[in-house]
Design a binder for this molecule. Structure first.
Ligand SMILES: Cc1ncc(COP(=O)(O)O)c(C=O)c1O
Length: 476
């Protein structure tokens, strides 16, 4: 990076340089600890003699604004008063907006994760089974692809190879009806929901979502000014008859209701599509973790039943590969495609292409299908063990909600229990438990636990549930 220094005429050059650097340090423009260019380089850049630059540096050192480290260069040492005074919210014209964001973020702060030895946190995949070798090979391939097209922006909808690979994957594994042309690559499902919200909502628009539901989805839609209405769920999924007629957007998790886990029944799916059509609403199908299915007849996506172009199917690679990759996608209904692509273009232009190339190769080479098969076996074993323990050891306290997919289960209390106390005491026994309560935004929560099994090893499950049982006995 070049320093912005302007020399005026040819008089007192060392003094001019000294004053400008001193001012930059005192104002905080040159941060504490920043390295200044070597005297020879700065002299060259400014067309000065090296001696002039050395004189300026010496004066800064005398003022204790610069420290020289032998063999390592000269470093800024800002005086404490030079740090800019932080503005407080009240000082700013946008104070009301800042307070609005503060308020909006409150539910997220309630979803704290306190890391324990035996973790039942939700949504975290098994790190020990990450296909590191395959992924490394695909990233190397991606680096070679990048070298061929360096320095250019890429299309907002994503790279053709990845869109094609995703279309195959989604239609093969989830029965999604699509070609590459309907797929938009996003930075995770999170961005997919945000783009859909930005495209379809105006302040005051009504969004219907499941209650209990996925809090970040609620916050995203609220952040676009929408009025989010929680629609209760029963054992068949969202109570479609309670969706308000004014809803413009309906958000659902049909394969594995978040957080309770039951799949949406076929009758309810048909009713949901009919309702959406009647009121002219777009349905977001968040298919966040259904790559792992364990029992019953595989149910295709809701999108595959849609004959009227109303369902936006959202998928993510966070659950199968890892959330740090930030890779997800939307299969778009034709009517909203061009508007959403403009929104994506304005938001971040496109998802970084290195990851896109790598994922395209990963899917094309069959690594994704292989990885899902392997993880499926791992999760199925954990799930079976958890189910067995809940049905025996924990049966006096909990009953599991029947679920067919994903890698979390919900356990509802069958007798009164202080959930906050249980979570606290279990944490002391090194068992990370999570109450269902934070997933309820409007209705009184059903007392119960959200049991993720993506992060806990099979052999640890018995120990963890044994400890949980002891805690429950002590609480009785
Ligand atoms: C229901 C649901 N939807 C979406 C997401 C977000 O996934 P992503 O990491 O792709 O943004 C999650 C993450 O936990 C989730 O649980």
């Amino acid at each position: 990076m070049e320093l912005h220094i302007v020399m005026d005429g040819s008089r007192d050059l060392a003094g001019q340089l000294y004053r400008q650097l001193s001012e930059a340090i005192r104002s905080g423009r040159l941060a504490d600890g920043a390295q200044l260019p070597p005297t020879r380089l700065l002299a060259q850049q400014l067309g000065l003699s090296r001696k002039t630059v050395s004189q300026a540096y010496s004066r800064l050192s005398l003022d204790q604004l610069l420290v020289g480290k032998v063999g390592a260069g000269s470093y800024v040492q800002a005086p404490p008063a030079a740090l800019p005074r932080p503005q407080t919210v009240q000082d700013l014209g946008s104070a009301d907006m800042l307070r609005h964001w503060e308020e909006l973020g409150k539910p997220l702060r309630k979803m704290k994760i306190a890391s324990s030895r035996y973790e039942f946190v939700g949504g975290r995949s098994t790190p020990n089974h990450f296909p590191a070798e395959d992924w490394r090979r695909c990233v190397l391939h991606a680096l070679r692809q990048e070298a061929l097209a360096r320095g250019r922006y890429s299309p907002p909808e994503g790279l053709p190879a990845l869109r094609q690979a995703i279309a195959h994957h989604a239609s093969f594994s989830r029965g999604v009806l699509c070609g590459a042309g309907e797929v938009v690559v996003t930075n995770g499902a999170q961005q997919a929901l945000d783009l859909l919200g930005r495209t379809l909502l105006a302040p005051g628009s009504v969004v219907a979502m499941e209650e209990p539901g996925y809090p970040p989805a609620r916050l995203i839609f609220s952040s676009h000014g929408a009025d989010v209405c929680g629609v209760p769920v029963d054992e068949e999924g969202m109570r479609v008859d309670l969706i308000p007629a004014s809803a413009r957007l309906i958000y659902v998790t049909p394969a594995h209701q978040f957080p309770l886990g039951m799949p949406m029944s076929m009758a309810r799916r048909a009713a949901l599509l009919a309702r959406a059509r009647d009121i002219g609403a777009i349905v977001i199908e968040d298919d966040y973790d259904s790559s792992f299915r364990y029992q019953g007849r595989p149910t295709d996506s809701l999108q595959s039943m849609d004959r009227h172009g109303l369902v936006a199917f959202v998928g993510t690679f966070s659950k199968v590969l890892g959330p740090e990759l930030r890779l997800g996608y939307i299969v778009l209904p034709p009517a909203i495609q061009s508007a959403l692509l403009l929104v994506k273009r304005l938001s971040d232009w496109h998802t970084p292409t290195l990851n896109q190339h790598a994922l395209a190769k990963f899917i094309e080479d069959g690594c994704l299908a292989r990885h899902i098969r392997r993880c499926h076996a791992v999760y199925a074993a954990r799930r079976a063990r958890l189910q067995a323990l809940f049905d025996s050891e924990l049966a006096p306290w909990f009953k599991l909600v029947p679920a067919t997919a994903g890698y979390h289960l919900a356990a509802l209390c069958v007798r009164p229990l202080d959930m906050e106390l249980l979570v606290r005491v279990a944490h002391r026994a090194e068992v990370g438990l999570y109450s269902l309560a934070p997933f309820y935004a409007e209705a009184p929560p059903l007392p119960g636990l959200f049991m993720g099994y993506g992060a806990i090893e099979l052999l640890d499950i018995d120990i963890a549930i044994g400890r949980l049982r002891e805690v429950l006995q002590q609480m009785a």
